[in-house]
Design a protein around this ligand. Structure first.
Ligand SMILES: [Zn+2]
Length: 245
């Protein structure tokens, strides 16, 4: 059975139960099943699946190691990919590079030898950082001068190597953060269900997703120096109340 249909069939009665508990049993037509996108709370009938309006969502985003977990609407899924998740992925690439992780993904960089630039890419290998120049991004004369300066060092004419490099990554820290807030929200929904996200205390999180340029959810940072960089965990905080939105 199509995973999307299975998740729809599992979610629909739970949505109905959660609405009943809130005394909202009349908000959806009784003769049909519905599944609401957990991000925007718009309810869709089963026909939304073949129509492509309800889509499989990876949590956290696939680009940072997530896996398919639930259904969200196409609009929320696509918007998150371009508005939030691309920033989280770029930040993760930058963090991997700083940590020296061998990911196989080269990052744009500019290398300087004796102040002469060469634009290209950088990535970690078993032997350290590998720089690769990209000819179409360099003036041929500047590139030749860079390689000449490098040769002068390699062949002993200039024993002192004056080398520096800059890795270029561009991401919006706030949007990368919202991507992770969104992942935590969806993971909490998958574990705890509709009743959990229908609580009014969760409203600011949905508002934050709709308003990426406004800081709705404050930042709290807890540091665990012993945690693995790959560890992903959702913490449910109920005390102190000052940590609640
Ligand atoms: Zn949605």
């Amino acid at each position: 059975m199509d995973k999307r249909l299975r998740w729809f069939d599992e979610g629909a009665p739970k949505l109905r139960q959660a609405l009943d508990r809130l005394g909202l049993d009349d908000v959806l037509p009784a003769d049909k099943n519905f599944y609401a996108c957990p991000c925007c709370l718009v309810a869709y009938p089963c026909e939304a699946i073949p129509a492509g309006l309800l889509t499989i969502e990876d949590v956290p985003p696939k680009s940072v190691g997530g896996r398919p977990l639930l259904l969200t609407c196409k609009r929320c899924n696509n918007t998150a990919g371009s508005v939030f998740d691309s920033h989280a992925a770029t930040r993760a690439d930058a963090e991997d590079f700083i940590r020296g992780r061998i990911t196989g993904r080269p990052l744009p960089m500019t290398s300087h030898v004796d102040g002469i630039p060469l634009r290209g890419t950088a990535r970690w290998t078993d032997n350290g950082i590998q720089f690769v120049g990209v000819p179409e991004r360099n003036d041929p004369k500047v590139q030749a001068a860079h390689l000449e300066a490098l040769d002068a060092h390699v062949y002993g004419r200039n024993p002192r190597l004056n080398h520096s490099f800059t890795v270029h990554t561009r991401f919006d820290e706030a949007r990368a953060r919202i991507s992770w807030i969104r992942a935590a929200y969806l993971a909490a929904f998958a574990a705890l269900g509709w009743s959990y996200i229908f609580r009014s205390v969760m409203d600011p999180y949905r508002k934050q997703l709709q308003q990426p340029d406004v800081s709705v959810v404050p930042t709290y940072i807890l540091r665990n120096p012993n945690a693995s960089p790959e560890e992903r965990r959702v913490l449910l905080v109920d005390r102190p109340t000052s940590c609640l939105p």
